[in-house]
Design a protein around this ligand. Structure first.
Ligand code: C5P
Length: 221
């Protein structure tokens, strides 16, 4: 288990599906990212044991967008944390009991929960309207989550959600690069980390791309 500390401001979204590729890219970019986010593509492709391998390189965030009844959520989170993940991403729309069960389980394992406040793709604000996103963010704060997920593709929403949660919770923001978001604008809007997938792992030189984003963020400090 390792803590997620902000050094670079970058989280790698590792949506490749082969173990060798996942390990190779992670080792290459290790000094330029603060955590590695894994999700269904990689875990379905390689098995959950990939989490332990990657946790030797950087803290691992399991993006399973957990969204079930409290008992099932607990069972999922227990597996995720036992597998070596340092944090899990869950949905907040399931309501406070489900969310609180995830946070309770994370606390038992001394791990962290991030709650999706809004998706980053074009259709992402269809159901996650401004009011709903804010309500979910407020619920995440009330439940004791470590942070929320907010869209880098809509920096203005990052800013508004930061105002809702204050300084206590972290914001991680996907949507930089391939989805059109800018790392600098997202951090300026109040995110702690940008999450970057395809622009890093799909680049000819993933290390150079990760370093470029790290430097873009450094310039703001
Ligand atoms: O390749 P790209 O940089 O677009 O990857 C973004 C990552 O963040 C993907 O793993 C995607 O599933 C995830 N994500 C997102 N929007 C959210 C939550 C997660 O794009 N709101």
């Amino acid at each position: 288990m390792s803590e997620i500390h902000r050094k670079t401001g970058v989280i790698l979204a590792l949506d490749v599906t082969k173990k060798e590729e996942a390990l190779l890219i992670s080792k290459e970019v290790a000094g330029f990212v603060d955590a590695i986010k894994i999700g269904y593509p990689l875990v379905l492709g390689t098995g959950l044991s990939i989490a332990k391998d990657l946790s030797k390189i950087a803290p691992v965030i399991a993006d399973f967008k957990v969204a079930d009844i409290p008992n099932t959520d607990r069972l999922i989170c227990e597996h995720v944390f036992s597998a070596g993940c340092d944090a899990v991403i869950v949905q907040g729309f399931t309501g406070s009991d489900s969310l609180m069960e995830c946070v309770k389980t994370a606390n038992e394992f001394q791990r962290k929960v991030f709650v999706v406040a809004e998706m980053s793709h074009p259709g992402g604000d269809y159901f996650f309207t401004d009011a709903v996103s804010k309500e979910i963010a407020a619920l995440a704060k009330k439940a004791g989550a470590f942070g929320i997920v907010a869209p880098a593709t809509r920096p203005e929403r990052v800013k508004e959600l930061r105002a809702v949660i204050g300084k206590d919770l972290k914001i991680i923001s996907p949507g930089v690069g391939a989805q059109g978001g800018s790392a600098a604008d997202t951090i300026k809007a109040g995110a702690d980390w940008v999450i970057v997938g395809r622009s890093i792992y799909g680049a000819k030189d993933p290390k150079a791309e990760a370093e470029k984003i790290k430097k873009e963020i450094e310039k703001l400090i």
